[in-house]
Design a protein around this ligand. Structure first.
Ligand SMILES: Cc1cc2nc3c(=O)[nH]c(=O)nc-3n(C[C@H](O)[C@H](O)[C@H](O)COP(=O)(O)O)c2cc1C
Length: 279
């Protein structure tokens, strides 16, 4: 399974077969995580945690023996960097046939942070169970998926824009970028809010956050920026697979917006689609 197939195939798995991972799978996953870099150059420390040994649990997860978690120092862009890196690991797990679920809230966080030996200046934004999906979803999992409409995403034209925010990008207008942007569209997000908006212009794809209420904590941590990091990861992996040679740039183009949107980052693509222009 390549990364594009992993993006298309992935869904949150909340019911596992209880058998855990083979030692070589666990090693492979951790080795992959340890060698990954993110565009912000922020290091992340990874651990695979045994649920029973550390007393880890999540009220939405059934049958998981192992969790993967990452921790990092607090820094500007830590949210996006974590989102990017963790999703890379999630998609690698998917390509090994393993199920995962991003979890930021529904867990006994204190036990996880203890197991991660978190220090004062560090954050452990999210964790995920890893294992083989059970043959059938638990009733709770089925209900949860319905509750957040996990199988659907916003329409392409609501997320992507052609030159300016008053012109939605159509499938035809996106040309070769369509597959890449659709990979962004499929990304997972907290409560399936899909806060990313992208403006395609002059061979650039600029990413913005459309913030929902209630996702920024008292210390300024913005969970929806983690979602944006996931979207940036999907863009890069899909663009590379489509031969578009993306390069990462952090420079707000200061373009007019029709609603409050926060600039996040941009990808420059070497062979832009017709309809998304050139400088
Ligand atoms: C940053 C982030 C945090 C999440 N936190 C939770 C969580 O605490 N509990 C949970 O059950 N799902 C959580 N999810 C999973 C989302 O609900 C899920 O990705 C979304 O509904 C889309 O469904 P899918 O992953 O099956 O495509 C989280 C996802 C992301 C990206």
């Amino acid at each position: 399974m390549n990364r594009m197939e992993a993006i298309q195939h992935r869904r949150s798995v909340r019911t596992f077969d209880g058998a855990g991972l083979r030692p070589e799978e666990a090693e492979q996953l951790l080795a992959f995580a340890d060698t990954q870099k993110n565009p912000y150059g922020l290091p992340i420390r990874w651990k695979l945690l045994n649920a029973r040994e550390h007393g880890l649990s999540s009220p939405v997860i059934v049958g998981a023996e192992l969790y993967i978690a990452g921790k990092m120092r607090r820094a500007p862009h830590a949210e996006e960097a974590f989102g990017y890196s963790f999703e890379n690991v999630v998609l690698f797990a998917e390509s090994l046939g393993l199920g995962t679920t991003w979890i930021a809230g529904t867990m006994n966080r204190e036990a996880f942070e203890r197991a991660m030996e978190l220090s004062e200046d560090e954050v452990m934004p999210c964790v995920s169970p890893v294992g083989r999906p059970a043959k059938r979803m638990s009733l709770r999992e089925t209900m949860m998926r319905k509750g957040v409409k996990a199988d659907s995403r916003l329409a392409f034209e609501e997320l992507f824009f052609d030159g300016s925010f008053d012109k939605p990008l159509t499938k035809a207008g996106a040309g070769p970028l369509y597959a890449v942007l659709n990979a962004v569209r499929l990304a997972p997000s907290a409560v399936n809010k899909q806060p990313w908006r992208c403006l395609c212009r002059d061979g650039w794809v600029h990413f913005y956050e459309k913030r929902s209420k209630g996702y920024v904590s008292a210390d300024g941590w913005d969970l929806q920026k983690v979602d944006l990091g996931i979207a940036l990861c999907h863009f890069e992996l899909a663009a590379v697979e489509c031969g578009l040679k993306p390069s990462f740039v952090l420079r707000d183009p200061a373009l007019p917006k029709l609603e409050p949107l926060q600039y996040i980052a941009s990808w420059r693509v070497e062979s832009p689609a017709p309809g998304v222009g050139r400088e």
